[in-house]
Design a protein around this ligand. Sequence first.
Ligand SMILES: [Zn+2]
Ligand SMILES: [Zn+2]
Length: 233
Amino acid sequence: MPGSGWPETDSAPTRAWRWLQHGARRVAGGALDALLPPHCLTCDAAVDRQGSLCAACFGGLSFVTEPCCQHCGVPFPHRCAGIAVPGGGICPACAQRPPAFAAARAALRYDAASQRLILPFKHGDRTEFADPLARHMARAGAALLARADLLAPVPLHWRRLLSRRYNQAALLSARLARIAGKPHVPDLLRRQRPTPPLGERGAAERAAVLEGGLRALPRRGGAGGRTAGAAGG
Ligand SMILES: [Zn+2]
Ligand SMILES: [Zn+2]
């Protein structure tokens, strides 16, 4: 989930309303509906239930669907695109330099519409976005989740965890594990050193920044098997 900062496109009254709604969620829990009628997660439109999107905001999202590269998950314009391999196709980039991971999938294209979900979730304490985002990830990664033995989040360095107060990847992986019925191991990996924000960096630069930055904890490292991770750092 690249990017930093989040769009300040809303008016001050709208932001104040969201702040009030967010605070009330934390305090009032299940009583929220009685206090504040449900509103769309990313606009002020009324919706049937808390934690959902209105039809317009949902329709603006660009979902990543098949056909896509069997390795990295980049979508293809049509089923015959890509370089044919058993089980599907792979993109030229993966053919030229196979990734270290077996497969990755993304739920949404990163654009203005998805930013309105992702950036407040990552940087704006909108942790209630974890449920709808995890549902989209579960759909996009259904085949991977079915094969996974356990799920683990990409960890934050403890200093960033202190400042952000939560690891958004761990919120997602916990929900994904629940949806998929798989074990969740939140402390499988540890970030060895702090790394700078990756938002504007390309794939090669991201790889260089993260080189040697993560390691499996010894007591967990023997788990083996197929692990599904939830990115977001
Ligand atoms: Zn909306
Ligand atoms: Zn690829």
